[in-house]
Design a protein around this ligand. Structure first.
Ligand SMILES: *Cc1c(COP(=O)(O)O)cnc(C)c1O
Length: 399
């Protein structure tokens, strides 16, 4: 087995494509295939009834899955990573570390599906979640107790792009509650832009459906940890419940990850131009790449860039609805992270399951429009947006 400590550590864009098995951890392929084959098999024959091979049953392990998991662990700065069926599966597997009557502390501006799963835990397992404003690190202190098991963060949040201070919150939690684990949903940033395990978090997870795969042709989730004992518990749940990602989807996920840097570089550069354009036209824009973002510096300290999702307010719900329907290039769709640009109204679409009163309490504007910038020519994206802004009348209102 090669010594991992002598291996050259390359820059993130290189690590994404440099697939190297010299650490001896990865599965071996007999023919040195440049792309790990899809081991589309449920079972593996054994040499004898007593001599077991490396793999026996695909629920427990599959070479295509091990291959992408090893690669993910490397790019996420994790000890071990696991590929599962969806981002929500990733969270479900993590929440099984929580026992009945223990507690979770989470943000108050979470992904809708995350809220739904946490509510289920509250009603079925008596696991209470305290929702706090994670932009204020100290706000967590009154809720920490010996019952706290998970502290769940999203940064930036979606769609309001609020930032949580991962190093500071991790420090507070670890100091006061040694049994609590800091968990970060890093879907918005991708491992290319932000690696929470390097910032003090214990567990990171992703919806692989978004930037990791990048083409909206796959559902996947990833969980990564830096501690072997936690890794063993996560693996136990994945094997016990059978939620490991299937071989073909593992292969697709691996293919997507290799182009993450080029996609994200371009998507982010275009998002920056679009944010500047909207701000220059007097719209209220939420994007951590803008110097006017209240936590611009904190975000810059933790990450390598602001990403490619932004939101803005028109000042009028009906205008926003009209505008969204008038775009041609921007597809009306939930989700993000795709090579195509998408537009949505979170309060009508992705966040509609959050009751209106709760949305108001969280200061989520009903007229908010979310843009998820793809890889098209940014001039076309700007022209299409300008056309929709002028035709809907939103531009006149803002000026
Ligand atoms: C999409 C998403 C999820 C859920 O992932 P799925 O793959 O859809 O199950 C979780 N968190 C965030 C931030 C997401 O955007």
């Amino acid at each position: 087995m090669a010594d991992n400590t002598t291996r050259i550590k390359y820059r993130p864009a290189t690590e994404l494509v440099y697939v190297d098995n010299s650490d001896g951890k990865g599965p071996k392929d007999n023919y040195n295939a440049a792309s790990m084959p899809i081991y589309q098999t449920a079972t593996f024959k054994q040499q004898s009834s007593t001599q077991m091979g490396e793999y026996d049953y695909s629920r427990s392990g599959n070479p295509t899955r091990s291959h992408v998991e090893n690669h993910l662990a490397k790019i996420m700065s994790a000890k071990r990573a696991f590929a599962v069926n969806s981002g929500m599966t990733a969270l479900d597997v993590i929440t099984r570390l929580v026992k009945a009557n223990e507690e979770v502390i989470a943000g108050n501006d979470l992904y809708g599906g995350t809220n739904r799963l946490l509510s289920f835990l509250a009603t079925h397992n008596n696991v209470k979640t305290h929702h706090i404003d994670t932009t204020n690190s100290e706000a967590i202190i009154p809720y920490l107790s010996e019952k706290t098991r998970l502290v769940l963060l999203e940064t930036p949040t979606n769609p309001l792009m609020k930032i949580a201070d991962i190093p500071r919150i991790s420090e507070i939690v670890h100091e006061r509650c040694p049994n609590a684990l800091v968990v970060v949903d890093n879907t918005m940033m991708s491992p290319y832009l932000q690696r929470p395990l390097e910032l003090g978090a214990d567990i990171v997870y992703h919806s692989g459906t978004k930037y990791l795969s990048g083409h909206h042709d796959l559902m996947a989730g990833v969980v990564a940890v830096k501690d072997d004992a936690i890794a063993d518990k996560i693996y136990f749940t994945i094997n016990a419940t059978g939620v490991g990602l299937g071989p073909f989807d593992c292969w697709l996920l691996m293919r997507g990850v290799k182009t993450l840097a080029v996609r994200m570089d371009r998507q982010q550069a275009s998002a920056m131009k679009i944010a500047d354009f909207l701000q220059a036209h007097n719209f209220k824009v939420h994007y951590p790449g803008l110097k006017t973002h209240p936590q611009y510096e904190l975000h810059a300290k933790m990450s390598a860039g602001p990403g490619a999702v932004l939101s803005f307010e028109t000042g009028d719900v009906e205008l926003s609805e009209k505008l969204v329907e008038l775009t041609r290039l921007w597809g009306i769709s939930v989700s993000f992270g795709c090579v195509n640009s998408l537009i949505s109204m979170p309060c009508r679409m992705s966040h509609a399951s959050i009751p209106a009163a709760v949305r108001a309490e969280r200061a989520m504007p009903e007229d908010l429009i979310r843009l998820c910038v793809g890889i098209e020519d940014v001039e076309d994206l700007l022209e299409d947006l300008y056309h929709a802004l002028t035709t809907s009348g939103a531009l006149k209102l803002a000026n």
